[in-house]
Design a protein around this ligand. Sequence first.
Ligand code: N2P
Length: 350
Amino acid sequence: MKAKHALTAFGLGLAALGAAPLAQPAHAADAGVLHIFNWTDYTAPDLLKKFTKETGIKVTLDTYDSNETLLAKLKAGTTGYDLVVVSDDFVKIFEQQNLLVKVDAASMPNFHNLEPRWQKRDWDPTAEYTVPWQWGTTSFTYDTKVYPGPVDSLGTLFKPPAVFKGQVGMFGSPSEVINLALLYLGHPPCDTDPSDLKATLALLEAQKPFVKLYNSDGIIDRLTSGEVTMSEQWSGDAMRARVAKPTLKYVFAKEGGIGWMDNLAIPKGAPDVENAKKFINFMMDPENAAIESNFAGYQNAVSGSNKYLQPAMAASPEFNPPSDYKIVFSPGCDAKATKDFDRIWTLIRK
Ligand code: N2P
């Protein structure tokens, strides 16, 4: 899935393409333009405006809903994008499939601003291909007006009370739905044990009558409009939804939640690697990292950014998981687990 964003409100988007004929492939002729492909609802407009102001480089933005969608898109061939955002558990997969350009972030002027714990990340220990974008957790949100709770378990999402029949939103990606289901059942992410997977399939099959849709796009709107009353969700989006509709509550379940860090990377075939590197360096500036956190509601990895955070966001429960909350990062599924997950996904979605 890809959503084209009309950024013309602040002078970007298609206007950036100038007089380029519409039929022109990719973006080879767009000197002075940076083409970003990022997750849905995840790029602060002010950040792009500031980047353009400081560098003269115009920016276009398209979005996707999952790592799987991005992977399929890049595998299909050159996309014309200069920058993409890949989650920790998919970085190795993209690397192994030869889809990324080396960025050698450690040699960039702002690299020293990264918090030491994020300079060497398991999925890219020498920052050869990526730098951190944002990190957060995955759990779910429900409307306390519809169901007063209390809720302390992922069981409310996977075995919902009757009031949620046909009311639940789940993400649209196999890795994010199945790994959360595995966590609920007490199994590790990317599990390939046949009996664990059988139980996971049974759980998701039984949940289906409660599920209105599987779609990672547009969740904030669906929760605030009441189109769904419970949804799998990422923490920052949960905060934004709750600010708009205070009866919504993001759950820190006793089973834990999935942790993730998304990372900036340059896809092979990027028309303008130098512009992409400029943006990567720009993102390791504390003020810029904070602009993004303030928009999206997620933690960043840049030291010194805290003083620029909006106090209400920085103090929000979604931004500050309880200290005893179990946050499980997925190691990244191997080919066998990916195949098993795809099989389960096909059965659930049919
Ligand atoms: C926020 C997107 C979060 C992506 N709208 C989680 N990997």
